[in-house]
Ligand binder design. Structure first.
Ligand code: P6P
Length: 343
């Protein structure tokens, strides 16, 4: 029986093939190691004393997003900051949980990469024991920048050199792309290593499954109302087939299902979040997920533009998101384009 391929061996093979360098390999290994620590903390649940909201004296701690931070949000962020502080592979990092980006301290050498992450996405699900995850994205630090700032992170998703997530579910899985396909690694807790369990994930072109928060239906734009209305009409409607719906309300869990068996995930504009540009964040949620999905043969769009081509204007910028099975994303985009063309 051929020995299992560890994450380390996979990354060394990618380096040997010239697709990544030693610094990027080290960076990914460091992030994966931090995810193992987060997995342990999440897995303790109530026994770890880290459930519930962060903050003290009865006052919740509120992050830049205006969301109440969970204790595990803060802990996960700290784990990632500490793991990446001293390795010499990063120039700076940015987090959903931090107002501004953070250059690597002068106490350590700086590398050529920028790391962005949502340390614990879906954390509102933690207290009800539903899967959550860490999402990360890697960019190059622009040439000649010695003091990286927020503006240096504002690169389109096509500039990503690596992206991935770690889903803390019944098993802990790291799903990763370095631009050569999307691959899944399962944490073998007995040896403490991520082991390759799905090389070359492929999203089916077609699907009968959609993921959206239906409670927002009355707030959606007309093309989204029309698109979902036709999904719900099933085989008697214009789509000519019945659809099923899933909504975990944890992006990592929903996207992992779609990478595994297909589907379309959508968090569209609605009148509640339109002023902010959407609900989900471009730089450390939509872009890394779009990179993973495209590398698995799927598509990712704002409904009006390929996600990876959006030119960012802010570190915590929000966007509408449609991603998953290519033909279904194209159908959703068609509804938006036809609506816009009617003016
Ligand atoms: P809603 C979690 O808070 C998150 O950012 C994503 O993980 C998830 O897809 C979405 O928001 C859920 O939003 O409005 O359904 O709670």
């Amino acid at each position: 029986m051929t020995p299992p391929v560890s994450l380390t061996r996979y990354l060394i093979e990618e380096q040997r093939a010239g697709r990544i360098n030693a610094d990027l390999r080290l960076l990914i290994e460091v992030v994966a190691r931090a995810c193992k620590s987060i997995s342990i903390a999440v897995g303790k649940g109530a026994l770890g004393g880290v459930l519930g909201d962060a903050g003290s004296g009865g006052r919740a701690s509120i992050n830049i997003q205006g969301e109440a931070q969970k204790k595990l949000d803060v802990l996960s962020n700290e784990i990632l900051l500490e793991a990446n502080a001293w390795g010499g592979h990063l120039a700076a990092l940015a987090s959903e949980e931090m107002d501004v980006s953070l250059p690597i301290s002068d106490d350590y050498p700086r590398g050529n990469y920028l790391l962005l992450f949502d340390p614990l996405d879906g954390s509102s699900n933690i207290d009800v024991n539903v899967s959550v995850g860490t999402i990360f994205s890697v960019l190059r630090c622009p040439e000649g920048v010695s003091e990286p700032r927020d503006e240096h992170f504002l690169q389109p998703g096509t500039a990503q050199v690596a992206a991935g997530y770690c889903v803390y579910g019944p098993s802990t899985m790291l799903v990763l792309t370095v631009g050569n396909g999307t691959h899944a690694f399962t944490l073998d807790r007995e040896i403490g290593s991520f082991v390759l369990t799905a090389r070359g994930m492929r999203i089916p072109e077609e699907t009968r499954e959609f993921a959206v928060n239906m409670s927002n239906q009355r707030f959606w734009e007309p093309p989204m109302q029309a698109y979902v209305g036709d999904l719900l009409a099933g085989k008697d409607g214009p789509r000519g087939k019945d659809f099923n719906m899933r909504w975990v309300a944890s992006m990592v869990a929903d996207v992992h299902r779609i990478l595994t068996r297909g589907g379309i995930f959508s968090y569209p504009l609605d009148s509640k979040c339109a002023a902010k540009g959407g609900k989900l964040r471009l730089m450390y949620e939509a872009n890394p997920m779009a990179f993973l999905v495209e590398q698995a043969g799927g598509a990712a769009s704002t409904g009006r533009q390929r996600m990876l081509e959006v030119q960012p204007t802010g570190l915590h910028q929000r966007v509408p998101v449609f991603l998953g099975s290519r033909q279904e994303v194209e159908a959703a985009v068609r509804y938006h384009r036809e609506h816009d063309a009617r003016g």
